[in-house]
Design a protein around this ligand. Structure first.
Ligand code: AHG
Ligand code: MN
Ligand code: MN
Ligand code: MN
Length: 336
């Protein structure tokens, strides 16, 4: 597919080649693109339209919701729930599965999404994003339930994210590589700007929140210590560090120039009785799919993310993803 083609053309073309086109998947991706363009517009306008700041409520994770967490969630529902492309929705900002209204046409897909990722960055004008994961809905079920969503990441039909940075970019995989589209604000279309992205297998850049260092498990501590030891240590090379605190922005950097991203298990998370920090269904699985399709790897430190059997829509897992050789090294340290 040639650089500069629109997202819509790209999807129609790939669907024609591989799926036989009913148009429903193309319609769904189009709905998602519309939602992301709306969120992008609000993120860009920020204080001018009064969307920054906290909402004064908490989500099921016990996090303070930002106004834009809630607004972005509503924009997604509005864009997806009436067009006959989905059967039900689930999101970070909704405790339960969102059922469509009784008279709305049902489609054959389920969508899970993180409407605003990195929302702690929104008030300081740093990049945020939206993450989505698309699954097949069970045929003939009017209102799919929680269990219908609890499929391993390997069952994803497509996954993507939209990054609201200096430019707005949509990154998408349908299982045949990872492609990047940049929003042309003048005529409101996402245009293909990088096709079949490949993550370098090796890297000298890591991303982890080092304020949690005293809580880390030994394999993580060992890996980072070795990176910090630089060219005099066992790795024989110096490492650079980044931590944006928006997973979307970290994954985007890794797709662009390689690197490793970790939000590992630690004793602080354990003490809260949680399985990790990041959420399996709308953060780890879609990002795992995108990263694997770009030649990278995504594990919990012990097992492949996409092979996990989910137990809950809001389940949390440890995440290690990025350049293949580094992910394999960290996974080896966990098993050793
Ligand atoms: P969200 O804003 O959707 O709740 O996700 C935030 C996540 C992720 O984007 C980021 O990598 C991580 O939380 C940052 O965590 P710390 O604030 O602990 O660094
Ligand atoms: Mn959140
Ligand atoms: Mn998130
Ligand atoms: Mn979020």
């Amino acid at each position: 597919m040639h650089i500069g083609t629109t997202l819509t053309n790209f999807i129609i073309e790939t669907q024609r080649q591989f799926e036989g086109a009913t148009g429903e998947f193309t319609g769904l991706l189009n709905d998602i693109a519309v939602a992301c363009k709306k969120i992008s517009d609000l993120v860009n306008k920020g204080d001018l339209v009064g969307v920054l700041g906290t909402a004064g409520s908490e989500n099921i994770q016990g996090e303070q919701q930002k106004k834009l967490d809630i607004i972005s969630n509503e924009i997604f529902i509005e864009a997806l729930a009436h067009n006959g492309h989905v059967a039900a929705l689930a999101s970070e900002e909704m405790d339960e599965v969102h059922h469509l209204s009784d008279h709305a046409p049902r489609g054959k897909y389920l969508v899970l999404f993180d409407p605003l990722d990195g929302s702690s960055n929104i008030d300081v004008n740093v990049s945020v994003g939206t993450i989505f994961s698309i699954l097949k809905a069970p045929p003939g079920v009017k209102n799919p339930v929680r269990e219908d969503f609890l499929k391993p990441g390997t069952e994803q039909v497509a996954a993507g994210y939209c990054l609201y940075g200096p430019s707005t970019m949509m990154v998408l995989t349908t299982g045949r590589g990872t492609n990047m589209f940049t929003l042309d604000r003048d005529f409101g279309e996402f245009l293909l700007t990088h096709s079949n992205v490949q993550i370098p297998e090796d890297t000298q850049e890591f991303a982890i929140n080092t304020s949690n260092m005293r809580f880390w498990e030994p394999p993580v501590k060992r890996y980072i210590d070795e990176c910090l030891a630089g060219r005099d240590g066992p790795r024989g090379k110096d490492f650079n560090m980044r931590w944006i605190a928006s997973m979307v922005a970290e994954v985007h950097r890794i797709l662009t120039r390689g690197g490793i991203f970790m939000y590992p298990m630690d004793t602080k998370i354990q003490a809260k009785g949680q399985g990790g920090k990041l959420r399996l269904m709308y953060e780890a699985n879609p990002m795992g799919f995108i990263i694997e399709q770009a030649g990278g790897a995504a594990t919990t430190g012990r097992a492949r993310i996409m092979s996990l059997n989910p137990e809950d829509i809001h389940q949390r897992v440890p995440v290690v993803l990025g350049s293949r050789n580094e992910v394999e090294r960290i996974t080896r340290y966990h098993h050793g």
